[in-house]
Each structure stands twice: as C-alpha cells, then as structure tokens.
Ligand binder design. Structure first.
Ligand code: COI
Length: 357
C-alpha cells in the first residue's frame, strides 16, 4: 500500500463547458501522479501534484532510445454519479509485460491501481457526465538517466495523467475505412509488438499518414515476416465475422494483448458465438468477401471501444463491409461492453472496480 502525498493546485483550470466537443486527448486535468524509481531504492516517493511540465535532462535516456512504456484505461461516470474503472488490474499486468520487454523494473499492480483511484478521486469533477464520454487515464514510465550510451536505465519516473474524452475517431461510431498495409511492417515475432511502448507507434505513423492522404482512417497490419496473416489495426485489435464464426488473430508474440479484445472474446463466447483466436490469412478474408461470407469487421480498444469497419481495401480490391453500416454483432457488443463500463448493465464478469461509492 502506497502512502501518497497530495499537493492540490492553487490554480484550477477551466473545465470543458461543452462535453459533446471533447474529442480525444487534448485536455488534461488539474493533477498528476508521479513516483520515482532509483536503482537500490526501488519505487518511492509517490505523490499527487498539480499538472505541470517535466524537467528532464536533455540527455534523458527516454528521449534518445525510447525506453518508455504506457497504458490506456478509462474512468466512467454512471447514471447515479459514481465513478468506476474497467479491469484496471489487466492494464497494470500488461504494463509489467511491456516493462519486461524494454528492461524497465516491474511495478506493483495494486500500487498502480491505488494511485489511479486516488488521482481520479482528486480530479473527480473532471469525469464527464455526457453519454459516450469518459476520463482517459494514461499511466506511463520513462527512463530519466542522463546518459547517451545505450543501456537500460537506473532511474525512472512513473506518471499518470488524465484527460476527459469523447470518441477516439472524429466520425464517432460511424464505420471507419482501413486498408491493408503492404509496404511497411509494424513488428515481427520477437520484436516489441507485444509491448505498449512508444516506438511501436512512431514506427506506424508513416503508414497512418499515407492512409489519411488516401482518405482512410488507419491501416490493417499483416505479420511483418510474410505479409500474409492479419495482425492488428493502428490503435485497435481486429475481429472478422466470417459466416457464423467470429475470428480474431491469435496472440502469437507480435500482437498487443488488448483488454477490450479479451473482454469481447469472453462476452461473445458467453453469448454462444463460435469465437476463434487463430491465424487468419488475409486471403481467407478476401475469399470470404467474394463468397458473401464476410459479414462484419470491427476493431476493439480502450480508446476506440468497439469500432465498426465499413470499408476494407486489400490491394486494388475495395470491400464494402455490411453495406458500410454497423453490423448486428458489432452493435450488440458495443452496447454490452459500454453498458457494463457505464454501469447500465450488471457486471456479471466482475470487471468493474468502484472509485467513488
Ligand atoms: C488505447 O486504446 O488506450 C490506446 O492506447 C490507443 C492509443 C495509442 C490511443
């Protein structure tokens, strides 16, 4: 259990007045959580302080070699005004998987959850009330040693910042369009794809920029070695409804293990759908489309929630998925998952943790 000191801001910011225009990730709350790690001392000095810029040595290792990891989770306000988290334990278990991959020391999962809860309580008035909004929580760790030799750091900062958000995509729940990336690779087995580390996202930017130039929202990554098997979309895992089977790529060492992905698999199985986590050749997706068997495609992610895909381009073939409209399984899953997250539906899986009662 952490003993977290709290210094409240003397200059609270103006909160957003129109919660329908929050967008994603532009606005930050009044406070942040910070904790240091120093070799020999471990994690220490947990504190909640006013939101502020960081002072870093220009040689800080995170700035040069990307020794950093992050997480994304949300706090939701329910109809009775209480605030709750969705599976925060899963996020911090995954943070430790990421830590391990980039040689950052492990951090206690319960301490992290305590830090999130105490920070959200301090900034609870920032949790938006409007339907479809939430407080996005961004925990991250950076190596701060001033040293430009390539090695693992001895000093780190664990920081949590908060941002009131609406939908990740400007189009909201309208289906997004994606194309299969054939030029660039996101990662390969044995690479850093399983870790939530900034470098993966930097490496994907060029593909996203090119997608935007062509009028697409994101790209669908195939495996980096053979460019044959479906992996994931820029900021989400991906599901395909092929005939009566719901398929999502198996986690074989290069795909991020999404918490929304895992929850979606569990909900769909609970409803009796045939769900397969397996290798999915892109050729099978094309064949299913040509046979009329490709019923729905959707992405899952904390930020993206459940996002229908209305258009999928493979080479020169532009596939129109379910007439460009959200499909019935996608809609049902969206309603169920967000129903649990916003407290409209009973939490039958035990996924919710209350922040305020
Ligand atoms: C999330 O879904 O929380 C993510 O981390 C995606 C993000 C990079 C915006």
């Amino acid at each position: 259990m952490l003993n977290i000191s709290v210094e409240l801001t003397k200059n609270p910011k103006q909160k957003p007045t129109d919660e329908t225009k929050l967008g994603f990730g532009h606005i930050f709350t009044d406070h942040m959580f910070v904790m240091n790690y120093d070799a020999g001392m471990g994690w220490h000095d947990p504190r909640i302080i006013p939101y502020q810029s960081l002072q870093l040595d220009p040689a800080a290792m995170c700035l040069h070699y990307s020794q950093e990891v992050f997480e994304g989770m949300k706090a939701y306000r329910t109809a009775d005004g209480t605030i709750q988290l969705f599976r925060p334990d899963e996020n911090f278990k995954r943070l430790n998987v990421s830590n391990q991959r980039v040689c950052i020391p492990p951090i206690d999962v319960d301490d992290c959850i305590q830090a999130v809860k105490e920070l959200v309580v301090v900034d609870q008035d920032w949790v938006p009330h409007t339907d479809g909004t939430s407080l996005y929580i961004r925990p991250f760790i950076i190596a701060t040693d001033a040293h430009v030799g390539v090695q693992a750091g001895n000093h780190y900062l664990f920081i949590i910042i908060l941002s009131p958000v609406g939908a990740y995509y400007p189009t909201g729940m309208d289906p997004v369009s994606i194309y299969v990336e054939s030029k660039y690779a996101r990662t390969v087995k044995g690479g850093t794809g399983v870790a939530k580390t900034g470098g993966n996202y930097a490496a994907s930017l060029i593909a996203q920029e090119e997608a935007h130039e062509q009028g697409y929202t994101q790209v669908l990554w195939l495996d980096g070695a053979t460019h044959q098997y479906v992996e994931e979309v820029g900021t989400m895992n991906v599901f395909f409804v092929i005939g009566d089977e719901v398929v999502t790529p198996a986690l074989e060492g290069s795909i991020l293990s999404g918490i929304t992905r895992k929850s979606s698999v569990q909900i769909l199985k609970d409803w009796g759908y045939k769900v397969s986590e397996r290798r999915l050749p892109i050729a099978e997706v094309v064949e299913a489309y040509q046979n009329g068997n490709l019923k729905e495609v959707f992405g899952t992610g904390t930020a993206a929630v459940i996002s229908p895909v209305g258009k999928l381009k493979v080479g020169d073939l532009v596939m129109d998925i379910n007439g460009g409209k959200i499909g019935p399984i996608t809609q049902r899953l969206y309603d169920e998952l967000t129903g649990i997250q916003w407290g409209k539906i009973a939490d039958r899986f035990g996924w919710i943790q209350k922040v305020t009662q």
